[in-house]
Structure formats: structure tokens, C-alpha cells
Design a binder for this molecule. Structure first.
Ligand code: FES
Length: 286
């Protein structure tokens, strides 16, 4: 029969109560331990194999079996699918721990080859740069030369320079005594393209040989004592005044100066004749 705790004496009852407490604590611990044991597989993650460990060993073409046992093992063992090895990744040894034959080392390019390759790769760009620079300089030089020629041409056109004795320059006639008399026939100078005369006032004058109408070369007609143009019939006096004809003005003439006692005709400085209507020798058409 089960005895009741209340029936026990004081010391027995406390002892009994302590035993019961101990049993309850042990039962609680076992239950807790069991509970932890059930949760442990789910709580603790299964260690994952690394990709390299999980992957089958790859047999490299360079790894050769070092012994016959290794060869037999390779024949009997299922051949794993070759996996392309990553660059720099070590391949797993094939066979049963047999050391693979080291792969022949690849010959590295000589250090001196790299600068040569760089020089060769840079050579075209350098040549291209040189070609561009050359073309730039050539175009610049050509344009500069063209501009210089244009500037010089413009300057010579605006300020022509002629040597003495050629048309456009100065003609030294000589002393004033060398001039023709006022009654003498005009003296032609074909190089200077002028007729040298002495006017009724006694002044020298160098008449430009070209007609003021359309540029024909008029002639001195001694029989008539005047200049006559053969093209359209314009007529001028011995001094170059307009008489009649289609010419719009009297004859043009060059400047005459005196240098060191000599009469000088400057064919570079031409003066236009007076208008035909202002000519004192003008003859009104009938
Ligand atoms: Fe002399 Fe016409 S060119 S008159």
C-alpha cells in the first residue's frame, strides 16, 4: 500500500519530499534534453561542401598515371566528366594518391619581347602622328607662301617699281636745251610711250601715245601739223588739246621734273587731259 506523506513523521516526510523534488527535476531535465535532441538536426545546418570538394576530380591530360595500379584504378573506376579547370586552379590528383606527373611548364615570353611588342604597337600611332604633323606643316607652309605671294603681288600692283629707262619709270631726257623747239616736230620715245614737245608757252610736255578714246596709237601728221588717230578720227593739237572726234578729252601726259639739271619724264605718273568741252582748240561739229 502506498503510504501517505501526511502519515509520515517530520523527518521522514521531509526526506520523502526531497526525493520527490529530485525526481521531478531529473524528469524535467530529461524532457528538456529530449526536446533539444529533436530540434538539433533542424537547427544546426548541414555543412555544405565546397564546390571544389563536391566536384569530381578532373583528370588533366597532363596528369599521367605513375603506376599500373593507378591505371587499373582508372579503368575500373567510372570516369568523371571532365570539368574545365579554372585559370590558376589546381587540379585534383588523379588515381589513388599517385602523384601526377608534373605538366610541362609553358615557356613564358622573354621579358625583352614585351617592350618590343609595345614598340611595334606604338609605332603606327607614332607614324600617324608624324604624318599628321607633316601634313599640317605642309598645308600651313603652302598657305603661308600663298598669302605672302598675294601680299607681295598686291603691294607691287599698288606701288609698282620700275627701273629708269623702262615704261613706268623715269626717263632722263638731258638738259633743257635738248628739248625740241616750240615750232619743231614732236619727238617720239617709243620706249617711254610718249611724244616730247614744247608748248606755245615754252613748257615741255610728254604726251602719252595712246588715244583717249579707245586706246589706239595716234600719229603725228606733219602735213596737218596735228595728231590724228587712225581708228575713229580723233584729232589733237601739237600741245595735245582736243580738236574733234569721239575722244572724250585731250591727250594724257606724264609729269616732267628737273633733277641735277636734267629734264626727267616720269612715266609712272600720268595726268589726264582736260575734258573735250574745255579744250581751247575744240572745233564744233557742223
Ligand atoms: Fe582714237 Fe577712237 S581710238 S579715235
Amino acid at each position: 500500500m502506498a503510504e501517505k506523506i501526511s502519515d509520515l513523521s517530520g523527518a521522514e516526510r521531509e526526506k520523502r519530499i526531497a526525493e520527490l523534488k529530485q525526481k521531478m527535476q531529473d524528469a524535467a531535465k530529461r524532457a528538456q534534453a529530449q526536446h533539444k535532441g529533436e530540434e538539433q538536426p533542424a537547427a544546426t545546418p548541414r555543412p555544405r561542401q565546397s564546390a571544389e570538394e563536391a566536384a569530381p576530380a578532373v583528370e588533366t591530360p597532363a596528369a599521367e598515371p605513375a603506376s599500373e595500379a593507378t591505371a587499373v584504378a582508372e579503368e575500373t573506376a567510372p570516369a568523371p566528366k571532365p570539368k574545365p579547370a579554372r585559370a590558376g586552379e589546381k587540379t585534383a590528383p588523379a588515381g589513388n594518391g599517385a602523384a601526377p606527373k608534373p605538366a610541362p611548364e609553358r615557356k613564358r615570353p622573354a621579358p625583352a619581347a614585351a617592350p618590343k611588342a609595345d614598340a611595334e604597337s606604338q609605332a603606327p600611332s607614332q607614324q600617324e602622328m608624324n604624318r599628321r604633323e607633316f601634313l599640317t606643316y605642309a598645308w600651313g607652309g603652302a598657305l603661308g607662301l600663298l598669302g605672302l605671294q598675294a601680299a607681295v603681288g598686291s603691294f607691287l600692283y599698288m606701288y609698282p617699281r620700275f627701273r629708269a629707262g623702262e615704261f613706268g619709270g623715269k626717263f632722263f631726257i638731258g638738259p633743257e636745251s635738248a628739248l625740241p623747239d616750240a615750232s619743231a616736230a614732236p619727238q617720239p620715245d617709243t620706249t617711254g610711250k610718249f611724244w616730247l614737245v614744247t608748248t606755245e608757252e615754252g613748257d615741255p610736255r610728254a604726251l602719252y601715245m595712246v588715244c583717249t578714246h579707245l586706246g589706239c596709237l595716234y600719229k603725228w601728221e606733219a602735213s596737218n601739223g596735228r595728231f590724228e588717230c587712225p581708228c575713229h578720227g580723233s584729232k589733237f593739237t601739237r600741245d595735245g588739246h582736243y580738236i574733234e572726234g569721239p575722244a572724250p578729252r585731250s591727250l594724257d601726259y606724264f609729269e616732267i621734273t628737273y633733277e641735277e639739271g636734267q629734264v626727267v619724264v616720269d612715266t609712272g605718273k600720268k595726268n589726264l587731259g582736260d575734258p573735250a568741252g574745255q579744250s581751247p582748240a575744240r572745233v564744233e561739229p557742223a
